[in-house]
Design a protein around this ligand. Structure first.
Ligand code: ADP
Ligand code: MG
Length: 716
C-alpha cells in the first residue's frame, strides 16, 4: 500500500540520520570502558566515600543492620555530588509497584534558600525514604483510604544509577514500596525477603555438609528477554497495538513463521544499530548484557545478560525493558513487550535461569568434583525437584497474566502443566539412588551410588528439551514460563521460598535419621532417595506439546491450569499462606492483595481489549467493508457483493454480541469477574476477529484501515 511504504521510507530516513550522527567511534566494541559509567557502583562508592563511611556502609549491608542517619547523610552527599558531575539535576526513588512496571517521581536537587537563589540539597533522609503520591497504585485493598499513603525505602543493595532523558539526567535510587503499616506494595520486597529466608535455610544445610565458612547464600538469576521490533508508523496506525500492546485483528500473512529459518541471522541494519545502541546504554547502566540476535518469529529478537544476584538482576531486567523501549523510538521502531502481539506467530517469553550460590561464588547446583560436593549437589537439586512438585500450582500462578493466557496452555511453548526436564544422565543418577543399584557413567566407570561414596558426576549441560517449562541445564534451572512483560520479582520470590521450605524439611529429616544412627552421607542419600521417590512424577523428558502429555500428566496427578483464573487461587491457598508466613515472605493480607490485583488487572485488561476491538470493528473495519460493498455494487459485480454482504451481516451480529457482554457488571468482581471476562467476553472477541480477518482478505487493500501482518512483520 502506497502510503505505508512512503511512511516506512520516512522512518528509514530518520534512522539513517540518527545512524550517521552516532559516528563510527560510537559503534565500536562496547567493552570500551563505558561499563557501569552511569552507576554509583560499589567501586565508585569505594573511591568516593570517606573511608570510615564506606566501611560502615559495608558493615551495615553485610550484617543487614538498620542504617544510621549520619551514615545516610554522608552517603547522600557523595551520591548527589557524583550525580551532578554526571549532569543530573533531579533524583527519583525508583520502585516497582504491582502494575509490574517501574514508577518514578522526580524531585529537584535544588531548593530555594529565600534570597532568590537555590542551593543543591539532598539529605540522608531524602535518600532513605520518599513519599510518592501512591494512592493511584494498585494495592489490592491493603491500604484503607484513611491510610492512603505508602512510602519508598532505599535499597542499598541495588546500586543507584543515572537515567538520561532528553531534558536532563535523573539520579535513580532503587527503592522498595511499602504501606505505612509496613506491608509490601511492590515486587522487590517479597523477593528480598525470600532471598533472606533461602539464605538462612541454605546455610543451615551447608553446615550439615561441614561448611563453616559460608555466611550467606545468594540466589542468582540470568533472564533472557524476547521482544518484537516493528516500525513505529504501523504502531501509530493500530489503536489495538498502542492501547493494548497486541493486535486484536489481523489475518495470517501468506508468508508466515514457517519460513523463519530464512530470516535467522539476517538482521536489518536499522535493527542492528538499535540493538547496539541499546546494549551500549545498558552497559553504561551496569547491566552485563551479552545480546543474542536470534529471532524465532519474524521481527522477534532476544537479549540476555550474564547472571547476577536475584535482586540486582530483577532491577536490571526492569531497566532492560525500559531501555529497549526507549532506544527503539530513536530508530523509528517500537519495542513490543506483550506476550502475544501477533496471533499465529510465536509469542514472547522470558527465561529465568536460576541457581543458588555461596558468598564466595560456589554454585550449589553445579555437580562437583569430589564426593561431598556431589552429595551436596544432589541434595540441593532434589530439594528443587521436590519443591516444584509440592508447589507446582503456585509456580504456575506466579506467571499468570492476561497476556500469558495466549501462550501457556495454548498452542505454543511452554505448556501450562509444570514439569521438570533433568536430562538423561541426571535422571539415571537419581533412579540409581532410588534403586540402590550401581550405574555405568559415560566413561565406562561404575558409579557406586548405593554407597555414600560418590565419584564425580559425569553430567553434560548440553542435554536440552525446548518444550519443558523448567529445565536443568547443567548448573542451573531454567524456568521458561515467564511472560515477556513480567517483573521477575514474584516468580523468583516463589522459587526461593518453595526451595527454602523444602531444604528445611530435608535438613530436619537428615537430622532425625542421624539420631537413629545413620552417618551423615547415608542420611543425606536416604533423604534424596525419599524426595525422588515421592516427587519424581514432576520429572518429564518427553514432548511437552504433545496432547498425550496431558493425559500422562493427569495420570501422574500433575496440575493443568490453562488460564489465569484457574491458577490464581493458588496464590491464596492454605499451603501457600502457611509457607509464605512461615518464611516471612508475604503475610496472608499481602498475598490476598496480590491475588486481588492480578484478578482485577486481568478483568480490566480484557475489558479494555474488548472495547478497543469493538471500536475498531465498528468504526474502522465495518465502514471499510461497506465502502467496498458500495464499489462492488456500483460496478455491478453481483456475485462478489452477496458473499461480502453475508460477511458484513455476520460481523454486525458478532460485534453486537460482543458489546452486549462487555458492559459494566457492578454485582461481580475479583475472580468471578475475571471468569466472566474469560468465558463470555474473550470468546466473542475472537469470534468478531474471525469475521474481520476474513473481511481483510476480501476488501480492497487501499480501503483496509489497518496495517497488515505482512507489513508489520516483514518491513524492517
Ligand atoms: P546457554 O548454553 O543457553 O548459552 P549460558 O551458560 O550462556 O547457557 O546461560 C544462559 C543464561 O543463563 C544466561 O543468561 C546466563 O547469565 C544464565 N546463567 C548462567 N549461569 C547461571 C547461574 N549460576 N545462575 C543463574 N543464571 C545463570
Ligand atoms: Mg533459554
Amino acid at each position: 500500500m502506497a502510503t505505508k511504504t512512503r511512511q516506512h521510507n520516512l522512518a528509514a530516513a530518520r534512522w539513517s540520520a540518527n545512524g550517521s550522527a552516532l559516528g563510527a567511534s560510537d559503534l565500536t566494541d562496547p567493552a570500551t570502558g563505558i561499563f557501569g559509567e552511569s552507576v554509583f557502583s560499589p567501586a565508585v562508592q569505594k573511591a568516593r566515600l570517606p573511608r570510615d563511611v564506606h566501611r560502615r556502609l559495608q558493615d551495615t549491608l553485610e550484617h543487614g543492620q538498620p542504617l544510621d542517619p549520619s551514615l545516610a547523610d554522608a552517603v547522600a552527599k557523595e551520591m548527589r555530588e557524583w550525580a551532578m558531575e554526571k549532569g543530573a539535576t533531579h533524583y527519583t526513588h525508583w520502585f516497582q509497584p504491582l502494575t509490574g512496571l517501574t514508577a518514578e517521581k522526580h524531585d529537584s536537587f535544588f531548593a530555594p534558600v529565600g534570597d532568590g537563589t537555590a542551593i543543591a540539597e539532598f539529605s540522608g533522609k531524602e535518600l532513605i525514604q520518599g513519599e510518592p503520591d501512591a494512592s493511584s497504585f494498585p494495592t489490592g485493598g491493603v491500604r484503607a483510604t484513611f491510610e492512603a499513603r505508602g512510602y519508598t525505602a532505599w535499597d542499598p543493595t541495588s546500586p543507584a544509577f543515572i537515567l538520561d532523558n532528553p531534558n536532563g539526567a535523573v539520579l535513580c535510587i532503587p527503592t522498595a514500596f511499602v504501606s505505612w503499616t509496613g506491608e509490601a506494595l511492590d515486587h522487590k520486597i517479597p523477593l528480598l525477603r525470600s532471598m533472606d529466608s533461602l539464605s538462612r535455610v541454605a546455610v543451615r544445610a551447608l553446615r550439615m555438609f561441614g561448611d563453616e565458612q559460608t555466611m550467606r547464600v545468594l540466589t542468582t538469576v540470568g533472564p533472557e528477554q524476547e521482544y518484537f521490533l516493528i516500525d513505529e508508523h504501523f504502531y501509530y496506525e493500530r489503536p489495538d497495538l498502542y492501547t493494548t500492546g497486541r493486535t486484536l485483528f489481523g489475518a495470517k500473512p501468506p508468508k508466515g513463521q514457517e519460513l523463519d529459518e530464512h530470516y535467522f541471522g539476517s538482521i536489518p541494519e536499522r535493527v542492528l544499530a538499535c540493538m547496539l545502541d541499546t546494549e551500549r546504554e545498558l552497559q553504561r547502566l551496569g547491566v552485563p548484557v551479552k545480546t543474542r540476535h536470534n529471532e524465532v518469529a519474524p521481527s522477534q529478537y532476544e537479549i540476555a545478560p550474564l547472571f547476577e544476584n536475584s535482586n540486582v538482576s530483577s532491577d536490571h531486567q526492569q531497566l532492560t525493558m525500559l531501555v529497549l523501549q526507549n532506544i527503539a523510538r530513536r530508530y523509528g521502531l517500537v519495542c513490543l513487550m506483550h506476550e502475544k502481539p501477533f496471533a499465529g506467530v510465536n509469542g514472547s517469553g522470558k527465561h529465568n535461569n536460576w541457581s543458588m550460590s555461596t558468598d564466595d561464588g560456589q554454585n550449589l547446583l553445579e555437580p562437583g568434583d569430589s564426593p561431598t560436593r556431589n552429595l551436596r549437589f544432589l541434595f540441593f537439586c532434589a530439594a528443587v525437584i521436590a519443591a516444584v512438585d509440592r508447589h507446582q500450582e503456585l509456580l504456575r500462578a506466579s506467571v499468570a497474566s492476561v497476556g500469558q493466557d495466549h501462550r501457556l496452555g495454548a498452542n505454543e511453548a511452554p505448556p501450562a502443566i509444570i514439569s521438570i526436564f533433568l536430562g538423561g544422565e541426571l535422571e539415571r543418577v537419581f533412579k540409581a539412588i532410588e534403586s540402590g543399584e550401581p550405574i555405568e557413567d559415560s566413561s565406562g566407570n561404575f558409579l557406586g551410588l548405593g554407597t555414600p561414596v560418590l565419584p564425580p558426576l559425569p553430567l553434560h549441560g548440553g542435554d536440552r528439551n525446548r518444550t519443558s517449562p523448567l529445565a536443568f541445564t547443567g548448573n542451573k534451572f531454567e524456568f521458561r514460563a515467564l511472560g515477556s512483560s513480567m517483573s521477575l520479582g514474584f516468580t523468583n520470590a516463589v522459587l526461593n521460598t518453595i526451595t527454602a521450605e523444602q531444604l528445611d524439611k530435608m535438613v530436619d529429616t537428615v537430622e532425625a535419621l542421624r539420631e537413629e544412627g545413620l552417618d551423615r552421607d547415608e542420611a543425606v542419600l536416604e533423604v534424596v532417595r525419599r524426595a525422588w521417590r515421592k516427587h519424581s512424577r514432576i520429572v518429564f523428558d518427553g514432548d511437552g506439546y504433545a496432547t498425550t502429555w496431558h493425559d500422562e500428566a493427569a495420570r501422574r496427578g500433575l496440575a493443568n491450569l490453562p488460564t489465569t483464573p484457574d491458577a490464581l487461587p493458588w496464590i491464596v491457598e492454605t499451603s501457600t499462606v502457611q509457607m509464605f508466613e512461615r518464611y516471612k515472605v508475604l503475610s496472608e493480607r499481602e498475598l490476598e492483595a496480590r491475588f486481588d490485583v492480578v484478578a482485577e488487572q486481568y478483568a480490566t485488561k480484557l475489558n479494555i481489549e474488548a472495547e478497543v476491538a469493538a471500536s475498531i470493528a465498528r468504526t474502522m473495519i465495518l465502514p471499510a467493508a461497506i465502502r467496498y460493498l458500495g464499489e462492488i455494487e456500483a460496478a455491478g459485480v453481483g456475485a462478489l457483493a452477496s458473499g461480502l454482504r453475508l460477511e458484513i451481516d455476520e460481523l454486525i451480529a458478532r460485534l453486537g454480541d460482543l458489546e452486549r457482554v462487555n458492559v459494566k457488571h457492578p454485582a461481580i468482581e475479583g475472580l468471578v469477574l475475571a471468569k466472566h471476562m474469560r468465558d463470555e467476553v474473550l470468546p466473542r472477541m475472537n469470534a468478531t476477529r474471525e469475521v474481520a480477518d476474513r473481511l481483510e482478505r476480501l476488501v480492497a487493500d487501499d480501503l483496509w484501515p489497518l496495517p497488515k501482518y505482512s507489513e508489520m512483520l516483514f518491513i524492517k
